[in-house]
Design a protein around this ligand. Structure first.
Ligand SMILES: [Zn+2]
Ligand SMILES: [Zn+2]
Length: 274
């Protein structure tokens, strides 16, 4: 299985060194891990200026020396994106090399981190419409291999699993899917939602199904782990869900080039009646 969204000490909000996550990945049956630490260009972000590319590369090389015989370790980044910081993001990506780059929208229209307070005095519509506009802009740059946690605001919406219905935003997802298909941009199934309030991955199965209906096939999988215990968590369920939604492959990456890998190769136990 592939865990293509794992944080390490190169993210300001994570204290788990790569070694511990590599050990946890091997124990969880993960065969390929990508360390996708936060790259934040929003001046107000607590992680602004925290990321150290050269030290990150050295840590990856060290992890590969220790674990490379049992685990494929990819270089990656979770690059925060919105149109206000697009010039800085472009410059960063032009001056760095990775196997795999996630583009994630974390900020709202006012330049504030999307968080429970984002919903104060706002409807779901008020939050999701500008959010999805920024996601569409991220896809249209063509700079990212995969889009992170496609419906992130649902994690913070009040009473979310009662009030969030992705059907209400289907008109916003259509142009995003069209742009993804046209540009060959994937999105991830981020399993952190399964262990948090939404109790479903980001995105969940309905959205995956609409993407398939729009002709999309490119999906990556990641746990968004900031803790050892969550490395690999929910990936087996996710692969089964993808199969049910009509996705037969997940994507692997080397040097920003993707290779489809059949899900049937990743799931050790065949589906079907016991
Ligand atoms: Zn994120
Ligand atoms: Zn993340």
């Amino acid at each position: 299985m592939f865990d293509h969204h794992v944080h390490s000490t190169f993210s300001i909000d994570c204290r788990v060194p790569m070694d511990l996550s590599c050990q946890a990945a091997i124990a969880a049956g993960v065969t390929e891990i990508a360390f996708t630490d936060h790259v934040d260009h929003e001046p107000a972000d607590p992680g602004h200026g925290f990321y150290r590319y050269e030290a990150y590369r050295a840590a990856i090389e060290d992890a590969r020396r220790r674990f490379g015989d049992r685990l494929t370790i990819l270089t990656g980044a979770e690059v925060d994106f919105n149109p206000r910081i697009s010039a800085q993001v472009e410059a960063f990506l032009a001056s760095t090399e990775f196997d795999f780059v996630i583009g994630s929208v974390h900020y709202d229209l006012d330049g504030e981190l999307i968080y429970p307070r984002t919903f104060t005095g706002r409807s779901l519509d008020d939050v999701f419409r500008p959010y999805f506009a920024d996601v569409l802009a991220a896809v249209e740059t063509g700079w990212f291999d995969s889009i992170g946690h496609l419906d992130l605001p649902k994690r913070y919406a009040p009473g979310t699993h009662r009030t969030y219905d992705p059907l209400a935003f289907r008109d916003l997802l259509r142009p995003i899917f069209a742009a993804m298909v046209a540009r060959g941009v994937a999105f991830e199934i981020n399993t952190s939602g399964m262990r948090q309030v939404p109790r479903t991955s980001m995105p969940g199965p309905a959205v995956v199904r609409w993407y398939v209906e729009a002709g999309g096939r490119l999906v990556t999988t990641g746990t968004d782990s900031h803790a050892v215990r969550t490395v690999g968590a929910g990936l087996g369920t996710t692969l089964a869900m993808l199969g049910l939604c009509g996705i037969a492959e997940v994507q692997s990456f080397r040097g920003r080039t993707r290779t489809p890998v059949p899900i049937s190769q990743l799931v050790p136990v065949a589906h079907g009646p016991a």
